[in-house]
Design a protein around this ligand. Structure first.
Ligand code: APR
Ligand code: ZN
Ligand code: ZN
Length: 354
């Protein structure tokens, strides 16, 4: 499924996938979720390297590997990630590979049949029967899980779960507030439940989203259109504020709510992605007067090799409901319509099954 140009409809094309070179793998895609980022690529909101091969929340089976590949072998069931870390840079060596300076993708290009090079979305491009990636983008997981569920970990759901368990460090008994209950916020709620949080307060402006949040594990809900969320969170936490507040919208006003809704020693995690024009304006004295930590979470600070197999195991054991994130499974031809449904409020994830 190719996005040919800015804001033009996506269309199915025949593409040429080269045999994997050194360090590369070709993966037969089985499922790939539709993410807001695909829509942003299509709209030209990321860069203008059209044509894009869209799709990046994917799982499938390794078909072939290039020279020197040891991470995976043909036949392995894998989840793809968009951050293959180098293992060598300062961040990697200091044990912070989530800040790796040298993440990489496949070196060769996939093309249209006329030779036009394709830019794969987030270095993946998985709305396709096959795709070429760096071997380090493949993480082997238990093949007992359905591909539609496994692929979710490739992006938004991992971002949300990781915002809670990796960045926020949510631990048993913590009070957690999650502002914005789309796919990412709901995953943060599921992650908080997994980590043993005591109260999990869901905040959104849409009652339908709050109803879903309750199913994902929220213990309390606040509609911030009608109720001041900072006051409500304080009230629900004995007057103190939440131990961890996760902002999953990516807007200045919700960040400000998160800032004031935390306990004095609490942590704010920004996982919603702001746009370049956004600014916050906080009294410096209020920053000084509050301890805790202000953090951001990029891809849930995940380590795919550690987190993907673990979360799939927990899912298979019935301890982490990932099925509820899959609202519908669709075919490649349905992607354009799925983009429209994305803003309807009822869809967490549409997943293309191939
Ligand atoms: N206050 C509270 N909730 C809000 C507000 C607001 N002012 N504005 C929007 N929301 C809610 C929406 O009602 C919706 O439930 O935030 C949620 C956003 O969900 P989605 O649009 O489904 O987005 P999602 O995929 O969850 O991603 C959230 O994380 O990865 C980033 O780019 C992504 O910035 C986005 C954020
Ligand atoms: Zn590195
Ligand atoms: Zn995504």
């Amino acid at each position: 499924m190719v996005a040919p140009g800015k804001n033009r409809p996506v269309r199915v094309e025949t593409i040429v996938v080269p045999d994997p070179g050194p360090g590369e793998a070709v993966v037969k895609v089985q499922a790939c979720g539709v993410c807001h980022t695909d829509l942003h690529y299509k709209q030209g909101g990321i860069n203008d390297d059209f044509p894009f091969l869209l799709g990046h929340e994917a799982a499938g089976v390794v078909e072939s590997v290039g020279e020197g590949v040891t991470e995976v072998a043909p036949g392995d069931f894998v989840v793809l990630n968009w951050r293959a870390v180098c293992g060598q840079c300062r961040a990697c060596r200091r044990g912070h590979p989530q800040y790796c300076f040298a993440t990489h993708n496949a070196k060769q290009k996939m093309t249209l049949t006329d030779g036009t090079e394709l830019a794969p979305a987030l270095g993946i491009g998985a709305f396709a029967e096959k795709t070429l990636v760096a071997a380090g983008q493949c993480t082997k997981v238990d093949p007992a899980v359905s591909p539609a569920v496994a692929g979710l970990l490739g992006c938004g759901v991992m971002a949300g779960i990781g915002a809670a368990i990796n960045t926020g460090g949510v631990t048993r008994g913590d009070s957690v507030a999650v502002i914005g209950c789309g796919g990412v916020g709901d995953a943060a709620i599921a992650g908080s439940r997994l980590a043993g949080a005591g109260r999990i307060i869901a905040v959104d402006i849409d009652d339908r989203k709050l109803a879903t949040a309750l199913r994902m594990g929220a213990t309390h809900t606040v509609n911030s259109r009608s109720t001041d969320p900072v006051e409500a969170i304080r009230e629900l936490t004995g007057g103190f504020g939440a131990d961890v507040v996760i902002e999953a919208v990516g807007r200045p006003e919700t960040y400000e709510q998160a800032f004031y809704a935390r306990d004095l020693a609490g942590t704010v995690v920004l996982v919603g992605v702001p746009t370049p024009d956004m600014r916050i304006d906080l009294p410096l004295l209020d920053v000084f007067g509050r301890g805790g930590a202000l953090k951001s979470s990029w891809y849930g600070d995940c380590l795919p090799s550690r987190d993907f197999p673990m979360l799939i195991d927990l899912h298979l054991q019935g301890r982490l409901d990932l099925d509820s994130f899959v609202t519908e499974t669709i075919g490649l031809d349905d992607i354009e319509a799925a983009f429209d449904r994305m803003h309807g409020g009822d869809v967490l994830r549409s997943v293309v099954v191939l």
